[in-house]
Design a protein around this ligand. Structure first.
Ligand code: HEC
Ligand code: HEC
Length: 354
């Protein structure tokens, strides 16, 4: 196809290969995961497409594997808390209100609605696979899932409460006292609540996607068009930013690398638009975001931190224009979307888009 790649994008691809390799090795290590070790012993540098029965794991995208070290009791307790309005100031909102697991782990709104119908200032990302990201939130301001939970708990547009209130309310519920005492020697506490919810979130992995099956050597797992779409995804340079097991989540990049997205958006710039700058204070971090995962992008419209793209096609077009400085025939956009569909995996044995 000989699609020319812009030098800035090419430079980014080179950088990202290094980052990806480091991330993959690190992930394999922290996961203590035999699959990962096997993968890296079986690297096949020349293969660009899987051969039947032969895993191709030197690809810039890696399969997701279940984390089987999780404590089942903590996961179950975290799941209960995640769906309990007791965590909100007026017992009306749950984590799941904005992260609906049946709808891809998001709320399909431009901005989320918290207690007292208050509107938030940014689009809600999926909670699925968030443990695979380098940090939490669009601007990466929380290093861990445990730390992330402080955000919605205190945010006046979300749960609008505090730990004193939450722990007091939970201690009034006999079944919670019992459940916590069974797992934690010090019973109900801020840390233990965070530990349980984070454990549950670590179980929110979408495994066995058709694309992962393809990567693991099942060449019939995805259609010929989806394979072409994956080729386009790489040729155009999407892969420079959306890569690794979460197809994103492991880099910080500016929105509008190749064009002034915010100027052309024609709505006022908000503090949320400043992205990573809000965390570091650095000028060069203005409009920089943690690259979002594309694992469930077919389910989590609308798109971007500002929810400005209504459909996946809109989002792909914006990316081609502002991140790659290119134009693409509609046919290529459709092929890429066909590929994105194959990234959706299973949770509790059910494919999330079925
Ligand atoms: C009122 C809606 C709302 C509620 C309630 C809510 N969230 Fe969120 N959540 C959001 C929004 C919006 C963001 C993005 C905020 C940002 O990046 O600045 C987010 C981000 C996250 C992220 C980071 C994901 C990523 O990819 O960076 C996680 C994890 C998360 N929420 C988990 C939770 C948990 C756990 C709870 C309950 C304790 C919760 N949320 C309650 C709306 C909500
Ligand atoms: C230079 C890095 C970069 C490149 C190249 C890139 N993206 Fe993105 N992508 C991002 C960032 C950063 C965001 C978040 C932007 C925002 O929210 O303002 C994003 C967001 C998205 C989203 C929305 C996800 C969501 O949940 O809101 C989609 C879909 C997407 N990209 C697809 C693509 C496709 C397809 C390509 C190739 C045509 C591509 N991207 C190329 C960095 C990149």
């Amino acid at each position: 196809m000989g699609l020319p790649i812009h030098p800035r994008v090419l430079a980014l691809i080179c950088c990202s290969i290094v980052v990806l390799a480091t991330f993959a090795l690190y992930y394999g290590k922290i996961n203590g995961n035999n699959h990962a070790d096997e993968q890296f012993n079986n690297l096949q540098p020349d293969s660009s497409r899987p051969v039947l029965g032969q895993a191709v794991l030197d690809q810039p995208i890696q399969p997701i594997f279940m984390d089987d070290r999780l404590d089942k009791n903590k996961v179950a307790l975290g799941e209960l808390l995640f769906h309990d309005p007791i965590l909100s100031a007026d017992n009306t909102v749950t984590c799941a209100s904005c992260h609906n697991l049946a709808a891809g782990g998001s709320d399909n709104r431009v901005q989320s609605i918290g207690i007292k119908n208050r509107l938030g200032n940014i689009n809600s990302p999926t909670v699925f696979n968030s443990s695979l990201n380098i940090a939490q939130f669009w601007d990466g301001r929380a290093d861990t899932l445990e730390e992330q939970i402080d955000g919605p708990v205190h945010n006046e547009e979300e749960l609008g409460t505090n730990w004193l209130q939450i722990t007091a309310k939970l201690k009034n519920e006999r079944h919670y006292t019992k459940l916590f005492n069974k797992i934690y020697s010090d019973g109900i506490s801020e840390n233990n609540i965070k530990d349980a919810i984070a454990s549950f979130e670590r179980s929110l992995l979408t495994v066995n996607s058709p694309f992962d099956k393809y990567l693991l050597g099942d060449t019939s797992a995805i259609s010929e068009n989806a394979i072409k779409g994956y080729d386009k995804f790489k040729e155009y340079g999407c892969i420079a930013c959306h890569q690794g097991s979460n197809v994103g989540g492991n880099l910080y990049q500016p929105m509008g690398l190749m064009g002034n997205y915010f100027k052309e958006r024609e709505t006022e710039i908000s503090s949320a638009d400043l992205g990573r700058h809000n965390v570091t204070g650095l000028e060069e971090d203005k409009f920089v975001f943690r690259v979002p995962s594309l694992r469930l992008s077919t389910l989590t419209a609308p798109y971007f931190h500002d929810g400005s793209a209504k459909t996946l096609k809109d989002a792909v077009q914006v990316m081609i224009k502002y991140q790659l400085g290119r134009q693409a025939p509609e046919e290529d956009e459709d092929l890429i979307i066909e590929f994105l569909h194959t990234l959706v995996g299973e949770y509790k044995g059910r494919r999330l888009d079925q």
